[in-house]
Design a protein around this ligand. Structure first.
Ligand code: ZN
Length: 122
């Protein structure tokens, strides 16, 4: 049975309890890693400056404490393998529906597709 790495779990633990519940449930069957939970001010500005995020500090759901957004990637990680991101994303969205957790997938953003990004709505 796949299991989140300690590094992934530590990042996940900076997120809202609904996201923790959701990703832990998905990680029981899917090989995945959490690459971002809460993002502090310095980290957000760095992400903005590198182009990894379009949000300035305070504009991203990752800046809430606990974080209202989580970035999850399929393992083994290959950023070019979009079908792997689609597959993992579909599982996460289906599980969220099962658990009654309302989330939005960054893939569905109109300006910049953000495949690993999932955020709570409301
Ligand atoms: Zn994100």
């Amino acid at each position: 049975m796949p299991k989140l790495s300690t590094k992934s779990q530590t990042k996940l633990n900076t997120c809202h309890s609904d996201l923790i519940k959701l990703i832990e449930a998905v990680a029981k069957t899917e090989k995945c890693a959490v690459i971002c939970g809460h993002r502090g001010k310095a980290e957000q500005e760095k992400a903005y400056n590198s182009g990894a995020s379009r949000a300035r500090w305070g504009q991203s759901k990752h800046n809430h404490k606990p974080s209202l957004a989580v970035d999850v990637v399929p393992l083994p990680l290959d950023w070019e393998d979009i079908p792997a991101f689609e597959k993992l994303g579909e599982k996460i969205m289906a599980k969220a529906k099962d658990l009654g957790i309302n989330i939005r997938w960054g893939r569905d953003f109109t300006n910049l597709k953000d495949y690993p990004h999932f955020e709570l709505i409301g």
